[in-house]
Write a protein that binds this ligand. Structure first.
Ligand code: ATP
Ligand code: MG
Ligand code: MG
Ligand code: MG
Length: 564
């Protein structure tokens, strides 16, 4: 590609609303352009990087025998009603109505659609196991889209789904996926870790996240200094809210009719405590804040989960709760965020919880919680509930240290959550109908681009890991207008590099050398060759590795082999 035909829309100024370095650099380097909250155009330069991520993901999915499929972004509400998530998913699900007044959503994930596909098409258990993947646009109406494409509303995900007759087969595919993810993130040149995770709104029991380590990461990872155990602390703090139905209640609580534990409420409504937690969003900051409305903001769910576990939970009729808290009536309801969002309510906080049985019933309740103190992490000896600073629950030797991470991948053993509710079954060898056992596996393809920049940059700009770079090598001409030798050598190098399999950018712009160098550094091209009249007198071009501070002189005759 020639820079004269491939405009680099770079900028020297740091955009005011970009808080983290990847967001700043993606805007400055002209990779993305914002068109609305959490909505971005991928400019040609950025798209080249995303395509490179996709390519590696595709190769590794193909390698483990997954088939590529493409499902629609717009999904009928009926499928989500069948799975129960139409009412449970909360306001992160963007719902829309067509001209015939039928309800749809824009897919935040595709479990329902793929389950529907397989229940229609699967003929025999002999066709199992099956693995599918797609690379596709998702929409999640994030409550706080931020950090550019890191937490966007519209973003690109690789999502994969597997179907099995038995648990052993699911576990085998889960292990293959784990290995494929490890290869993908290694090939992308990222510093990452896989950690035990909470299954969130997707569901299932076993799940692991792939975390790119970075100080700006929104997740916290606890890892053992001795045995390598690692878990998202979101998991550590959200587990204790899952009491069993037989958790005994303190006597005084049992005697108070309007006080219920989460366990009691869940037993009464026949839903899992995680469903309750997943349907609450907290808006909390240093001072006591309003807890309100259904949703799925995992950052804050940690706090809700903990609060629900720690406090007596008083159910009140919405009107009573509204009167007690002074929250305006408009707060109630599943549709969007009403006015008065940040209104404070003394030292008391209120949570609006959508208790849904999953069968389309959605009862709205206010929950009042004390929110006037920092809640401690719960003490717990179980591996899944390990918390920061403890002795490691796995080996009892090391202690847990905390790192920050960016969630770039998440794999789940779903079990029969979707196949049971959506009646996706197959006859087994003995002629018995069995629900399909499922797994699902996601990678935030567009988020990976931002995560890579968080780990690879300096004051001058991005330093792409070679497999992600939009161009492998830049050829910068100096004084090409005055020296035919410069122009001719640059052209020759350009075609030789292409012939050798490189993807070069020939910076043939009529611009000052300083401007060209700054652009090439900002957009992070791994290798730079400078062709100038003075160097050519000695048969040399100037070479700079983006990771190195010094230039080298390379004999023109040695190129392109000298690039290695
Ligand atoms: P997060 O905890 O960051 O909200 P999630 O757990 O909700 O992510 P999953 O449902 O596990 O996300 O989706 C699979 C992957 O999609 C995530 O691991 C992440 O890399 C990516 N992803 C999720 N939400 C976003 C988003 N808003 N913007 C960009 N990528 C996202
Ligand atoms: Mg998450
Ligand atoms: Mg999320
Ligand atoms: Mg996740």
């Amino acid at each position: 590609m020639r820079a004269s035909q491939f405009p680099l829309f770079t900028s020297r100024e740091t955009p005011a609303d970009a808080e983290i370095v990847s967001h700043q650099l993606m805007l400055r380097a002209g990779l993305i352009e914002k068109i609305g909250a959490g909505l971005y155009t991928w400019q040609p330069l950025g798209l080249r990087v995303m395509r490179r991520v996709e390519q590696i993901v595709r190769e590794e999915m193909d390698r483990i025998g997954a088939m590529e499929v493409l499902m629609p972004a717009v999904q009928p509400a009926e499928l989500w009603e069948e799975s129960g998530r139409w009412s449970l998913y909360g306001p992160e699900l963007l719902r829309l109505t067509d001209r015939h007044e039928r309800d749809f959503c824009i897919g935040p994930t595709h479990e329902e659609v793929i389950t529907d596909y397989l229940r229609r098409e699967l003929r025999s258990y002999r066709q199992l196991p099956l693995r599918y993947y797609q690379i596709q646009t998702k929409f999640r109406d994030e409550i706080r889209p931020r950090f550019g494409v890191m937490r966007a509303r519209e973003f690109v995900m690789k999502d994969a789904y597997s179907f099995h007759l038995d648990q052993a087969s699911l576990e085998a595919t889960y292990a293959d996926m784990h290995n494929a993810y490890t290869r993908i993130f290694e090939r992308l040149g990222l510093h990452f870790r896989s950690v035990g995770a909470d299954s969130g709104a997707i569901g299932g029991s076993v799940s692991e996240e792939f975390m790119v380590l970075a100080d700006s990461g929104e997740d916290e990872i606890a890892s053992c200094t001795a045995c390598g155990y690692a878990a998202n602390t979101e998991l550590a703090t959200s587990r204790p809210v899952a009491p069993t139905a037989d958790t005994p209640l303190p006597a005084e609580e049992r005697e108070t009719p309007d006080v219920h534990t989460v366990a009691e409420q869940c037993a009464y409504l026949d839903i899992s405590p995680m469903q309750v937690v997943k349907s609450v969003v907290v808006m909390a900051d240093e001072t006591p804040a309003v807890l309100f409305i259904a949703g799925d903001d995992e950052l804050n769910l940690v706090k809700v989960a903990h609060a629900l576990d720690a406090e007596d939970v008083r159910l009140a009729e919405p009107d009573e709760a509204l009167a007690a808290t002074g929250v305006p009536r408009g707060f109630i309801g599943p549709k969007g965020l009403p006015e008065g969002l940040t209104q404070r309510v003394d030292h008391r906080a209120a949570a609006l919880v959508n208790f849904s049985s999953g069968a389309g019933r959605a009862d709205w309740h206010w929950i009042n919680l004390n929110w006037d103190r920092d809640l401690p992490l719960p003490p717990c000896a179980d591996l899944r509930t390990a918390a920061a600073g403890e002795g490691c629950p796995c080996c009892d030797e090391g202690h847990l240290v905390i790192d920050r991470g960016i969630e770039v991948g998440h794999i789940f053993q779903l079990g029969t959550k979707y196949s049971e509710s959506m009646d996706a079954r197959v006859l087994d060898e003995d002629g018995h109908k069995q629900p399909l056992i499922m797994g699902c596996y996601g990678i935030g393809v567009s988020r990976v681009v931002a995560a890579a920049i968080e780990q690879n940059h300096d004051d001058q700009g991005i330093i792409w890991p070679a497999p992600l770079a939009p161009f492998d090598v830049a050829i910068v001409t100096i004084g090409a207008d005055r020296s035919p030798d410069v122009a001719e050598t640059a052209e020759r190098l350009y075609s030789e590099l292409r012939a050798a399999g490189y993807d070069p950018l020939l910076d043939d712009r009529d611009a000052r050398p300083g401007v060209k160098f700054a652009d090439i550094e900002l957009i992070g091209i791994p290798h730079r060759l400078v062709v100038g009249a003075r160097g050519l007198e000695n048969g040399a071009v100037e070479y700079r590795d983006r990771t190195q501070p010094e230039n080298e002189q390379l004999p023109v005759a040695d190129l392109p082999q000298a690039l290695g």
